[in-house]
Design a protein around this ligand. Structure first.
Ligand code: HSE
Length: 430
């Protein structure tokens, strides 16, 4: 029998308890022995009682879980970084393996956690931290282990995907869509972490660190959120070019250089990521042997996250039962390894650009002249009809161009007197 202790009995914790109960016979077969919930800790004991566990399993003292010598696996589901960090490091120190859903903790404390796990020969699993029930961490570790990962493009934040879907399909305002996302329960307690790309950057940090074998910290990841996105560009890009806007988390190699970024970008309606709507997440991976694959599913919510947490508990329990736990590390961790992330100014991308200009002879040639001087080549151009007294929108798509060149060109163009308001630049991902 494998004994587990669960710390945190909110939506995910209580769903984990429920799955372990309702699927116990199939889980026992998959592990080889029974998984026993020995203790559940929450500061609100009534939340645990609702799950129907006997009183002897219930505690509000997390140290009683960590100090229980019979507990093999600690499941950390309280979130946050301070107490969760103590719980995880303390559990490792006591020789217990850990399952966590905590993206902030794992992405920030990668080195600390995995060096401790390596030296204590225990395992730390974290499948639910990215894309909840989508088994992307397992896929990168195992199913895609033969490949050099060339790119990962993820829709890793359900809240922003929900907002952009509603803005695109239902003309809903940003504010109304955000309010609905908060009501539906998949936004963070502080939704600015969703909107500004922080949540997606934490998840990308985890995927990139696994793929490249060393910690790629969140502060190395370039980040732009969706708060400045205008409904006008969503509409123009869809009507004129067949694009949809997504908040994408990207890590990719270009000529052996690695770039990592989170930003809103257009994808064509032909791209599989364009079909990922509302709170759904997807991860589109290119490996040098497998080519393109896409994993898709609900990236938030009790059922989805608990599915991943229980999968981790099962795999860990199997390892403990067969005596292989900690014989080899789960995360390839070598503190001497460093992955250099390049500055985004050197990254190549295609661009959607919207200029607001006066309508007079020579405007297009001035704009295209500056773009050309900076090696930015135009692939398509569209000018909207002029409304009396208003500026004219000129939409352009570019071929691949360097981010730094595009930024310099736009800065120069925005200084011209023909430009009526700040030019909008959004990347296009193919
Ligand atoms: N706030 C997150 C999201 C929840 O919207 O995707 C899952 O991490």
């Amino acid at each position: 029998m494998i004994n587990i202790g669960i710390i945190g009995c909110g939506t995910v914790g209580s769903t984990v308890i429920n799955i372990l109960d309702k699927n116990s016979s199939i889980i026992r077969k998959r592990v080889g022995c029974e998984i026993n919930i020995k203790k559940v800790c929450d500061k609100d004991l009534s939340r645990i009682r609702e799950s129907g566990l006997p009183e002897k399993c219930i505690t509000d003292d997390y140290m009683s879980v960590l100090n229980d010598p019979e507990i093999d696996i600690v499941v950390e589901l309280i979130g946050g970084k301070t107490l969760a960090n103590d719980i995880v490091l303390n559990s490792i120190e006591k020789g217990k393996s850990v399952v966590t859903a905590n993206k902030a903790l794992i992405s920030e404390n990668w080195d600390k956690i995995f060096s401790a796990a390596l030296s204590k020969k225990v395992l730390v699993y974290f499948e639910a931290s990215v894309g909840a029930g989508i088994p992307v961490i397992q896929a990168l570790h195992e199913g895609l282990a033969a490949n050099r990962i060339q790119s990962i493009v993820g829709i890793l934040n359900g809240t922003t995907n929900f907002i952009l879907t509603k803005m695109t399909d239902e003309n809903m305002s940003f504010e109304a869509a955000l309010k609905t996302a908060c009501k539906l329960g998949f936004a963070e307690a502080d939704p600015s972490l969703d909107i500004d790309g922080s949540d997606a950057a934490q998840k990308l940090s985890i995927l990139a660190s696994i793929s490249f074998g060393s910690h790629i910290s969140v502060n190395k990841i370039y980040k732009e959120g969706i708060s400045r996105v205008s409904p006008l560009d969503i509409k123009y890009a869809r009507d004129k070019f067949g694009f949809v806007l997504k908040l994408l988390a990207i890590v990719k190699t270009e000529d052996k250089r690695i770039f990592a970024a989170v930003y809103p970008a257009f994808v064509s309606t032909e791209h599989p990521l364009s079909t990922v709507e509302n709170e759904y997440n997807a991860v589109y991976i290119n490996g040098d042997s497998v080519g393109d694959i896409m994993l898709y599913g609900k990236g938030a919510g009790g059922g989805s996250a608990a599915s991943a947490v229980v999968a981790d508990i099962i795999d860990l329990s199997r390892n403990i039962y067969y005596g292989t736990a900690g014989k080899f590390p789960y995360v390839l961790y070598d503190k001497r390894m460093k992955t250099k992330i390049q500055d985004i100014s050197k990254m190549n991308s295609k661009y959607y650009i919207r200029f607001s200009t006066v309508d007079r002879p020579g405007v297009l040639s001035k704009i295209s002249g500056i773009l050309g001087k900076r090696h930015v080549s135009i692939s398509s151009c569209f000018q909207e009809e002029r409304q009396r007294g208003q500026s004219v929108p000129i939409l352009m798509l570019t071929h691949l161009a360097k981010e730094g060149d595009v930024k310099r060109a736009i800065k120069e163009i925005d200084d011209l007197d023909i430009i009526k308001s700040k030019t909008v630049v959004l990347r296009i991902v193919e």
